[in-house]
Design a protein around this ligand. Structure first.
Ligand code: ADP
Ligand code: MG
Length: 237
């Protein structure tokens, strides 16, 4: 589903962190929000998923204005760097949780959990608890839990930041594979330009609460709009 921000504005106390941002994420696209630490990436994701109220503008899912819709009533899947699994529940129960909350029947839950576990390659892990999983396996479970309700949009906030280099590479291509197989609209927040370039259809590059350029990785690399974009793409932080 298309996700649109129109003149999105966010302030904390007296500070305007995002001032009238416009962004349209196409249906089925994976878009990177790329920029240095503190530029407003997470603030933008929190607004899209409804954790934060916005101070101005609109957020649309398709044609529906969700600006005033509370988080639980927006159909979004989220994977945050520190959005932990429930430690006392098994993998199956972790993934089933959003479906139980919705009141799905037991057979429906069983079927949906097994389908998403197959997609994310964790069928062998369903009886384990989070402490018995590697970091990469935990991220697969978090993804499965985020996707099990077939959300309108998948929001990923630095999902690979806690993984070691080898796992990070593996999970880059796994997240992209899963996004392509489901066809879900996804927004990946990252400060890592290689991650953005290798995983996403387009990149929106941000600095200080503003989007400076939106383009495909190739176009942005070939024709950056200014020195900041060129420098940020060229010099890994
Ligand atoms: P990023 O995710 O790009 O690193 P954030 O969106 O977390 O950046 O933060 C953007 C700016 O908003 C930063 O200057 C940060 O200090 C400020 N900020 C974020 N959350 C809050 C909050 N709850 N209260 C006050 N300021 C905040
Ligand atoms: Mg952040």
């Amino acid at each position: 589903m298309q996700v649109t921000l129109k003149n999105f504005t966010k302030t904390f106390d007296d500070t305007t962190v995002i001032d009238s941002m416009n962004l349209a994420v196409n249906d089925g696209e994976m878009l990177a929000l790329l920029g240095p630490s503190g530029c407003g990436k997470s603030t933008t994701l929190f607004a899209i998923c409804g954790i934060h109220r916005i101070n101005g503008g609109q957020i649309l899912f398709g044609d529906r204005d969700v600006s005033d819709v509370p988080s639980q009533k927006r159909n979004v899947g989220v994977v945050f760097q520190n959005y932990a699994l429930y430690p006392h529940l098994t993998v199956f129960e972790n993934i089933a949780f959003p479906l139980s909350v919705r009141g799905d029947s037991k057979p429906d839950i069983e079927r949906e959990v097994r389908a998403i576990a197959a997609l994310t390659h964790i069928e062998e892990l369903l009886a384990r608890r989070p402490a018995q999983l590697s970091g990469g396996q935990q991220q697969r479970v978090a993804l499965a839990r985020a996707l099990v309700r077939k959300p309108d949009v998948l929001l990923l906030d630095e999902p690979l930041a806690n993984l070691d280099a080898k796992l990070r590479l593996e999970m880059r291509s796994e997240i992209r594979r899963i996004q392509l197989e489901t066809g879900i609209t996804a927004i990946l927040v990252t400060h890592d330009q290689v991650e953005a370039m290798s995983m996403c259809d387009r990149i929106a590059i941000m600095n200080k609460g503003e989007i400076l350029q939106i383009a495909t990785p190739t176009d942005m690399y070939r024709a950056p709009v200014n020195k900041f974009v060129a420098g940020f793409l060229g010099n890994p932080p």
